[in-house]
Design a protein around this ligand. Sequence first.
Ligand SMILES: [Cu+2]
Length: 383
Amino acid sequence: MKKEIGLFLVFLFSVNLNADWLDVNMPLGVTDISVKVFGIHMLMFWIMVAIGAVVFGVLFYAMWRYRRSNHKNAAQFEENHKLEIAWTIVPTILLVLMALPASSLLKEMYDHEAEEGGIDIQVIGWQWKWQYKYLDERVGSKPLSFFSNLTTPQEQYEFNQATKTENYLLEVDEELVVPINTPIRFLITSNDVIHSWYMSDFAVKQDAIPGFINVAKTTINKPGIYRGNCTELCGERHAYMPIVVRAVTEEEYQNWLQDHRETAAQLAFLTEREWSQDELFAQGKEVYQTRCAACHQVNGQGIPGFYPALAGSDVVMNDKFKQIEILMEGIRGSQMQSFAEQLNEVEMAAVITFTKLSWDNNKMGSSEIVIPKDIVDYKNVDT
Ligand SMILES: [Cu+2]
């Protein structure tokens, strides 16, 4: 029934809006809730238009009717109780009438109950990326989890060195993949500061607060790729942590899950196998560019006073164990965070190898590399 009311509101208030006008309007979105939000938005809009027409109509009429040439002597009265009561009561009634549909929709949006056949996804904000954990899907003993990093190259948003591409600052390496027509609960939290997960197409916007879990529920009606942003000023790279959701059919979703489980199984194999320096270097270069270059810079020089140079760093050149430790544990109280959860063993070994072989760091004759097994060993000693 509620769905019908929402759709009716949309129908009522948007039939005569052609496509061009819908472009400047709020997006309609792809969930029942977002459609209802749009309906309420249009209802409020037309109420405001009506109020505007009445108020300005009376105003202009009075200006014309009682213009000076027509009305030399002004009427001398101060209060008009009937009018005052009317202009108090009418807006009160209007406000209550507007509050009714708005609060019942809000109540619906704050429904947190798990539903039969629904899935739970934990969304974790990090400075400056999102992590997604599929709580119902396991890989080994842990939930299926990955990070979503910005892939727009730095040259496009700094120093204006390159032309901006279509999805400028709204593209990531791993999209959040979800099935359509399935109730999804997002359990939203943060690892560091307050972020906010905002997908206007779903009418979902929830703060991600460390130590709290905020819940937002949605059911997506239409397959597609949807893009959103962090909407809580969370530090200097706040603009660089977009959200990309790919909504697919149940079948495609199952295939995607299967692929992910296989990737995890392959990883176990990869850490056992022999690695050449070139392979590690190539993969490490990619990891470095998406994960490290934002701070330590592509040329390894860092930013003096903020981010240390890795080119010529004593740790990078001479202390493989120290570097593994830094990447695994992070450096307390600094922006150098732990990458233990973000990079797998292969990526971790590769990026360390890359930093050891780049920017003349291997000049002193040391071409020692770090292999995935080193990382596995570190983890085993650690636990
Ligand atoms: Cu943020």
